[in-house]
Design a protein around this ligand. Structure first.
Ligand code: ADP
Ligand code: ADP
Length: 233
């Protein structure tokens, strides 16, 4: 089953007299459970495509079907609802709330989802356990290493059991040893059946994915099954 299906999606930015075709015609399908890396030079359209896939933005033209639902022409509110249900986001800069503990950060999406406090705590603790941080539940972000912060962010992304983990340069702020630990975690997440999509400009990080899609000038340049998958451990 295809969890993501885009058909000829394009994105045009118009700023005064300047017209930028950030995405020209992207047709791509991602099956449930795939692990895909998007690569490409700066300005090739990676962020624009991720924003559309993650329901943060809509295409100017074309069709996007996410988990069986056509989201191409949805309103902001409808899109937000789909996003909260289907997508877990991980960012280069972790985006954790600095004054909140790991547990509180991870529990945040559950507040919006309407869970009561006891259920939130239970689910958030389980998510922290799944990333190996159950003994850091009370720590605030500045009391954690970079790798631990990113693991908290991954726990938060997955706490609602989304269909897709969407990671934008997840190792961009980490040293190489810590990056490999995060890639090990992504391997575990993928092996549990989750769909994982990441953007990276690091060749060796992309090699952990099972499929590498390269963008150039708003088009898919290559889309290759990775036959030499790197393993973190
Ligand atoms: P990448 O993530 O690969 O660096 P982007 O998707 O950010 O590429 O950008 C693709 C193109 O679209 C670039 O030329 C960029 O300047 C332009 N662009 C991206 N976002 C906007 C925006 N909000 N308004 C105008 N132009 C944009
Ligand atoms: P790593 O070896 O994983 O990079 P660090 O050397 O940064 O981790 O930290 C070692 C341990 O000390 C971590 O388990 C972390 O929870 C804790 N720690 C790191 N920085 C702080 C801090 N500023 N305050 C309290 N505990 C911290």
């Amino acid at each position: 089953m295809n969890i993501i299906e885009t058909t000829d999606i394009s994105k045009r930015y118009v700023m005064g007299s300047e017209v930028i075709d950030a995405l020209k015609s992207i047709t791509i399908a991602v099956r449930k459970g795939e692990y895909v890396a998007f690569m490409g030079p700066s300005g090739s359209g990676k962020s624009t495509l991720m924003n559309i896939i993650g329901c943060l933005d809509t295409p100017t033209a074309g069709r996007y079907v996410l988990n069986g639902q056509d989201v191409s022409n949805m309103s902001e509110n409808e899109l937000a609802e789909v996003r909260n249900k289907e997508i877990g986001f991980v960012f280069q800069t972790f985006n954790l709330l600095p004054r909140q503990s790991s547990l509180e950060n991870v529990a945040l999406p559950l507040i919006y989802a309407g869970y009561n406090k006891a259920d939130r705590t239970e689910k958030a603790m389980l998510a922290l356990k799944n990333v190996g941080l159950e003994n850091r539940a009370g720590h605030k972000p500045n009391e954690l290493s970079g790798g631990q912060r990113q693991r908290v962010a991954v726990a938060r992304a997955l706490v609602n059991d989304p269909s897709i983990l969407l990671a934008d340069e997840p190792t961009g702020n980490l040293d190489s040893k810590t990056s490999y630990e995060i890639m090990d975690l992504f391997d575990q997440i993928h092996s549990k059946g989750n769909t994982v999509i990441m953007v990276t400009h690091e060749e060796d990080i992309a090699q952990y994915a099972h499929r590498v899609v390269r963008l150039r000038d708003g088009l898919i340049e290559t889309d290759i099954r990775n036959t030499n998958i790197r393993k973190a451990k």
